[in-house]
Design a protein. Structure first.
Length: 132
């Protein structure tokens, strides 16, 4: 009888563990969704991120690609633009950034650390049309 209770307890514990494993796998797969609206997400982010988002120059972006970022794989896009550095209107120079997406949405923007050296950039005129 004791063995039966032990086997029953272990089988129930195994069921709970497998559903937890399935939920974790589903969350990991959701985190790897392609960012279909990556350009509009970048525009919305930069509108709030930059002190003066108006008249951005030399904007270009790469198509998102799936890359290893730390221990996880994520979609990333390389972004290049020249924004105003001060309210006086001086430009800071062209800067490269790595945009990381999670679950199809923009998660963060970080320095590229040589990840964008081979990126194929496309013009991104939507950034040049931003206003305050």
């Amino acid at each position: 009888m004791r063995w039966l209770a032990l086997v029953l307890a272990l089988s129930l514990a195994g069921c709970g563990g497998s559903s937890g494993f399935a939920a974790r796998n589903a969350a990991e797969e959701e985190a790897k969704l392609y960012p279909a609206n990556y350009k509009s997400d970048i525009v919305a982010f930069l509108r709030t991120y930059l002190n003066d988002p108006s008249n951005i120059r030399d904007a270009a972006v790469s198509e998102p690609s799936f890359q290893q970022i730390g221990p996880e794989s994520r979609y990333v896009a390389c972004l290049r633009f020249n924004a105003k550095a001060t309210s006086g209107g001086a430009y800071s120079g062209v800067k490269d950034n790595l945009v990381i997406f999670v679950a199809g949405k923009l998660d963060r923007m970080v320095p590229p650390q040589d990840r964008c050296t081979a990126a194929i950039y496309q013009p991104f005129p939507e950034l040049g049309r931003l206003a305050r």
